[in-house]
Design a protein around this ligand. Structure first.
Ligand code: ASP
Ligand code: MG
Length: 408
């Protein structure tokens, strides 16, 4: 007997037939003798609509300021828990719904983007021991002030992994509308392949560098608590992708995948005075304004006095970043050049730790297509480059074949 957390995303519970289909999947695990807790998202599209409604009425305040936003958007998940509990009972499986505050799932006070502090597993374990299925609302928690909180968009993945950790589950199955994690986006590269296994670290890079199958924080949490994670489709019976420890993967490919993001923008400052403390002077005010800086390059200065500085921020932060830099009196520069026409392409793989020449393959493949690289950054298991946005597709396809990832 295994203890399993099954999580179903918005499209998997997209209508009443699909919710019935989910109930059948849960019943199959129960019939096989397992203990199951389920975590659900809101029906696809519902959260977007609720967020838009909040925005309409909260034109002058941050809608997520004190929890009214959370009260509104958390209703999406509440509906699904009740519907699925009904469908489960209808198929002969005892079940009940749980809202985040009822368990409780305790979070910090950051309404709209709360982080989970603790989960009381006792009531759920008791229910499962009696053969009933707890159907838990993803995305929801309760803050120190006793008011509802939500975990940020895509947060029910994190709810599921946190619950799996709290219940000491044998695994957490994330059911979605794709049948696993692919080497790259199959909508762009037709020969993308589904991965049987991927390490936590690689998945973390994939998620934070643009692959949208799992919320980044859920992978972080799975890695920290060593929760084996499966990503699989609720519409097919294919085995999906297992996210696991490195030593559970027998044979590594050089690369696991290629991610891309069009969410970044580039800022160049020319002729910044080159003196100790200049980076602190430039990036300090940005940090204070909550602007996240990602890639950074600074040139050596030819004349010993000035240098050029290029870095990236999210597209959403570009305007704010430019305003902050222009307002700063702590450094001077000649020109500030913002550019939102960029994409970041990243190749990812733990094989990089032990193999040389991986970067060269990337640079050569891009050069052969005449694609210029604006910024490069690396970590132990990834290399990212910034290129002009219009070359995104071409670059992905070129790199996918250059690294031998194409399906045969
Ligand atoms: N319903 C929430 C959202 O759309 C949480 C989730 O589905 O993960 O962001
Ligand atoms: Mg999701």
């Amino acid at each position: 007997m295994a203890r399993i957390v099954m999580k179903f995303g918005g499209t998997s519970v997209g209508d009443m037939d699909r919710i019935r289909n989910v109930a059948h999947r849960v019943r199959a695990e129960i019939t096989a003798g397992h203990q199951v807790a389920v975590v659900v998202s809101a029906i696809a599209g519902v959260t977007n609509r609720l967020v838009a409604q909040c925005r309409q009425l909260a034109r002058t305040q941050m809608p997520w300021f004190d929890g009214e936003y959370d009260v509104v958007v958390a209703t999406g998940e509440q509906v699904t828990t009740g519907l699925l509990a009904l469908a489960l009972r209808d198929s002969g499986v005892p079940a009940r719904s749980w809202q985040g505050w009822q368990i409780p799932i305790r979070t910090n006070e950051a309404h709209g983007k709360a982080r989970i502090d603790s989960i009381d597993s006792a009531p759920l374990l008791a229910e499962m021991a009696e053969g009933s299925v707890p159907v838990v609302a993803g995305f929801q928690g309760i803050g120190p002030d006793g008011r509802m909180t939500t975990l940020g968009r895509g947060g029910s993945d994190t709810s599921a992994v946190a619950l799996a950790a709290a219940l000491a589950a044998d695994r957490c199955d994330i059911y979605t509308d794709v049948d696993g994690v692919y080497t790259t986006d199959p909508r762009i590269v037709a020969r993308a392949r589904k991965l049987d296994r991927i390490t936590y670290e690689e998945m973390l890079e994939m998620a934070s560098l643009g692959a949208k199958v799992l919320q980044t924080r859920s992978v972080e949490m799975a890695m920290k608590h060593r929760v084996p994670l499966r990503v699989l489709s609720s519409f097919t019976d294919t085995p999906g992708t297992l996210v696991c420890d490195e030593d559970e993967i027998m044979e590594h490919h050089l690369l696991s995948g290629i991610a891309y993001s069009r969410d970044e923008a580039k800022i160049t400052l020319t002729k910044v005075a080159d003196r100790p403390g200049i980076a602190a002077a430039v990036f300090g005010p940005l940090a204070d304004a909550n602007v996240n800086v990602d890639m950074i390059v600074q040139n050596i200065s030819e004349d010993g006095r000035t240098t050029d500085l290029t870095f990236t921020v999210t597209k959403a932060d570009l305007e704010r970043a430019v305003a902050v830099l222009r307002a700063s009196r702590d450094f001077t520069f000649e020109r500030l050049i913002p550019d939102s026409n960029v994409a970041k392409i990243s190749v990812i793989g733990v094989g990089m730790r032990s193999h040389a020449g991986i970067a060269q393959t990337m640079f050569k493949a891009l050069a052969e297509r005449g694609i210029n690289i604006a910024v490069i950054s690396t970590s132990e298991i990834k290399i990212s480059v910034l290129i002009a946005e219009e070359y995104t597709e071409l670059a992905l396809r070129a790199l996918h074949s250059a690294y031998g990832l194409d399906a045969v």
